[in-house]
Design a protein around this ligand. Structure first.
Ligand SMILES: C[C@H](O)CC(=O)C(=O)O
Length: 342
């Protein structure tokens, strides 16, 4: 079948996909993987043309230091599995300045890790420039992952990136709430791409937009789009790696081996015991722009105050010009309870 020229994606030649099935997908299985499953999945990925693979705990290296349930597979073991299955692919882990020690990143690099993605909100970048420098000394390829990017208006975002070293491996626009639409992706990605040579995009799928957003990102100047097999990931999940590869195969050429990825997606669907998630909350979160990490608190408070969770989310969002925090949800619940009693 010949595609109309308007259906071609016209991606840059160097466009890459990053598989984060293990890292983001770990949330969906409460961070518990069987060793055999991990070996088979990474060996399968090793046979594809996907150049970048992210493994380890969903929140990042040493997340257990922040009180989160540990991954069933230890970081050292992840390095062994990746080293023995991924051949010469680049593989890495996520890190957050509040709990990941630079010495631990260095230790993973000694075990073969080739990149680290350091996640933080744009507001926190200025305070963490020193941390980024130290990580850059410890690891050859450092990506800055701007978590919840859409919480920061574009005109405020770029000044917040001042001082970020330009020798980073790349800077990521991250749709953590799955709230962005293609026009948002275009605006953020093209603006960040004017300042950094390599831009990545990581999309969540609350509103079913993650695939089209990822393709839009690649068309707007991003060189990397993230995906997970079968879209398995935190909350509503992510862009589907096999679909991204398939769309690229259909509109350009088969750059990433979509057939093998489709088989691996089915392998994940059949073998990952995904913890059920509340679809109502995912959609509300996508529309209102609330992170899935707050859904349990929103459920608890809305039950206590007999309020619609969407109203609670909207009220909390109205209390701040940024992303609501725990405190905003508590204040919103108190406000709604007070109004109901009046
Ligand atoms: C630590 C987070 O899970 C990073 C991420 O993937 C997101 O913000 O989305």
């Amino acid at each position: 079948m010949t595609l109309a020229s308007r259906d071609r994606t016209d991606l840059p030649e160097g466009a890459m996909l990053l598989d984060c099935t293990i890292r983001d997908g770990s949330y969906a299985v409460d961070f518990q993987f069987e060793d055999d499953f991990a070996v088979e999945l990474l060996a399968g990925l090793g046979e594809t043309s996907v150049p970048l693979v992210e493994i380890g705990h969903g929140l990042g290296l040493e997340a257990e230091r922040a009180g989160v349930r540990a991954c069933s597979i230890a970081d050292e073991r992840w390095c062994e599995i990746a080293g023995s299955t991924l051949g010469d692919k680049q593989w890495g882990m996520f890190a957050q300045p509040s709990f990941t020690r630079v010495s631990s990143i260095a230790a993973m690099c000694d075990r073969g890790m080739s990149f680290v993605r350091v996640g933080m909100e744009a507001e926190k970048v200025a305070d963490n420039l020193g941390y980024l420098d130290e990580v850059a000394d410890a690891c050859p390829r450092v990506y800055l992952n701007l978590m919840k990017t859409s919480d920061t208006a574009l005109d405020r975002l770029l000044p917040m990136l001042e001082g970020v070293r330009d020798d980073l491996a790349g800077v990521y626009v991250v749709d953590s709430h799955g709230t962005m639409l293609p026009a948002d992706v275009r605006a953020y990605v093209s603006a960040v791409a004017r300042h950094f040579a390599t831009v990545g995009f990581h999309g969540h799928n609350n509103l079913g937009m993650a695939n089209v957003n990822s393709i839009t990102a690649l068309q707007s100047g991003a060189l990397i789009a993230d995906g997970t097999l079968n879209g398995i990931g935190r909350g509503a999940g992510n862009a589907e790696l096999e679909s991204l590869a398939g769309i690229i195969a259909k509109t350009d050429r088969d750059r990433f081996g979509y057939r093998q990825l489709a088989r691996l997606a089915e392998f994940c669907r059949a073998n990952m015991r995904v913890v059920p998630e509340d679809r109502t909350m995912q959609v509300f979160g996508g529309v209102i722009g609330i992170h899935s990490g707050y859904f349990p608190l929103v459920s608890e408070l809305s039950e206590k105050t007999a309020t619609d969770p969407a109203v609670l989310m909207e009220t909390a969002a109205g209390l701040t010009d940024h992303s609501p925090t725990k405190d905003h949800f508590h204040r919103a619940a108190a406000l709604l309870a007070h109004r109901a009693a009046a």
